[in-house]
Ligand binder design. Structure first.
Ligand code: ZN
Length: 198
């Protein structure tokens, strides 16, 4: 049986790309890193399944198992072997997705360290991984909300259109609140208005 083709080097290629783009002004912010991560791997970052598929593609083994209380996930890396273990329990809806992004950020950091370009001090990695996961999910939510607004705008009957807008806002608030910051929804709405006012 033939082995599946893995793009494990892509993980390293991505990190090398970040280094080359930001070398003169190192380190990049978590926002820049999250943006470049989504763009490089063509991710929408709205659902867990998409990130699981990415892990499979780049050869990161992800499993889900019961973990001690308070532990949402762990990761390990040895050379090109990378592994993530997610807790069966979710602290909040979308918790597994958030944790997976958190663990991926930590794995990225190990690769940056191997390349000689650490982004953070090891004791700060936890905070940065959380920030990265929140930003990545919120960027994904912004795109999804803009898409819903666009779809709502195309509804022809007036009251149905407003209902669709309302549904988009309810979805957006629920999602963005789960990401930990609701100001992003306002940003998305402002940007949507600016984009449609010409
Ligand atoms: Zn962590």
């Amino acid at each position: 049986m033939s082995q599946p083709i893995l793009d494990s080097d892509l993980f390293v290629t991505f990190c090398k790309g970040v280094v080359s783009r930001h070398e003169g002004n190192w380190p990049p912010t978590e926002e820049e890193l999250a943006d470049e991560f989504a763009a490089f791997f063509l991710l929408d970052l709205v659902v867990l399944e998409e990130s699981l598929a990415l892990c499979k593609r780049v050869g990161i083994h992800v499993s889900i198992a019961p973990l001690p209380e308070g532990l949402h996930g762990i990761n390990g890396s040895h050379g090109q072997n990378r592994e993530v273990l997610l807790s069966t329990k979710e602290a909040f809806p979308g918790g597994k997705f958030h944790t997976l992004l958190h663990e991926l950020r930590e794995l990225l950091e190990y690769t940056f360290c191997d390349l000689g370009y650490p982004i953070v001090q090891s004791q700060e990695l936890e905070i940065h991984a959380e920030e990265f996961a929140s930003i990545a999910r919120m960027n994904g939510a912004n795109k999804a909300i803009e898409f819903l607004f666009e779809a709502a705008n195309k509804v022809e009957t007036n009251w149905k259109r407003w209902l669709a807008f309302a549904a988009s806002i309810v979805f957006g608030y629920a999602y963005v609140l789960s990401c930990g910051m609701h100001s992003r929804l306002e940003d998305a709405m402002i940007r949507y208005k600016q984009n449609t006012q010409h």
